[in-house]
Every structure is written in structure tokens, then in C-alpha cells.
Design a protein around this ligand. Sequence first.
Ligand SMILES: [Zn+2]
Length: 187
Amino acid sequence: MHDIMFAPPFARPAIDAARLDPQDREALIGTLGAESDWLAEIAFTFLLNSHDPHIGERAARRVREVAPNRRANTVIVAIANDPDPADAASRFLDTSDPPVRVGAAAATRMLAQAEPSRSWTGLLNRALTDNDQTVQLAAGADPASIGRESYWSCGECGHENRIDARQCGSCGEEEGFHIIMHRWNSG
Ligand SMILES: [Zn+2]
């Protein structure tokens, strides 16, 4: 399965980060790394469009602490809340950790769709030519035209797998790519 799903924000809850006290904000940032998919997804949805640089900064610091399968979404929150999202995406695309680059690629694609007037071409091209096939897919590459010289990284554990491997050599997860992303609202 090679899909990014852009889901509409459900029911548009009053997302107003200014009404959260610092402790609650911190709790939500911690929940980005929750073991429960459901809980982590709620925190992600809530924090994605909060337009709060403080949240961006805290999420950026959490990236290394959360499990590999929570890293991409934590990076997306960090980028979406950064005062300069393109600069943040560029920094994350430079890292050697595959799930971090997957998040940066997905965020770049999301931002490019939300703000088509701005030129995202350079950043998108970097993600589309990453050595990791999973990063290319997150950036919107057509699975049919992807180069076979690259590797794929596991969404569960971040392990880099040979391109002909169908299962992750580290955790056994089947090859696949699935990010559920909510639309970014440039606010
Ligand atoms: Zn794995």
C-alpha cells in the first residue's frame, strides 16, 4: 500500500492553542509519542494547525525521543508550527534518520498543496530524489516511476531495507507506506 491520505480535519474542533495552558500543551506534545495509534493521532490532529512556534520548537525537540513510528508525525507538527516552515523542512530533510526525512517530505508536500503560490520546487525535488524510496513516496513520487536503486525504510522501526526485501530485516513489518495526514490550514 503506497498511499498518503489527506483526511479533512474532523468536525473542526475549536483548535486554539492560546487557550491551552502550558501544562496541557506539554501533555499533548508528549501524546504525539503515545503507544496508542488513536491517541497519538488525536494529539497530531490537534497540534498540526495550532500555528504556535512554541509547539513547533517543543515538537522538534521531541523528535529524537519518540519511537520511530511516531517520528514522522512529530516532525510534521514541528514543521507546520515553525515560523519558517520551509527552513524547518530543509533542516529535517538533511538528517540521516529515515523517519525524520519521511516526515519532512510529507510536510513539504502538504505545505506545497496548501500554499501553491510559493515555490516549494527545490525542497520537493530534494525529497523526491532522496535515496530512500519511502521518503520519495511521502513527497508524492509516483510508485510506478520510482528508481530501483534506492532502499526503503521501515515505518515501524526506521530500518533501511534492501529494495527487493518484502519485509523489514529488523522488525518483520511488511513493506508498505501509510501516512494519514490532515490538511494544513495556512491560517
Ligand atoms: Zn522495521
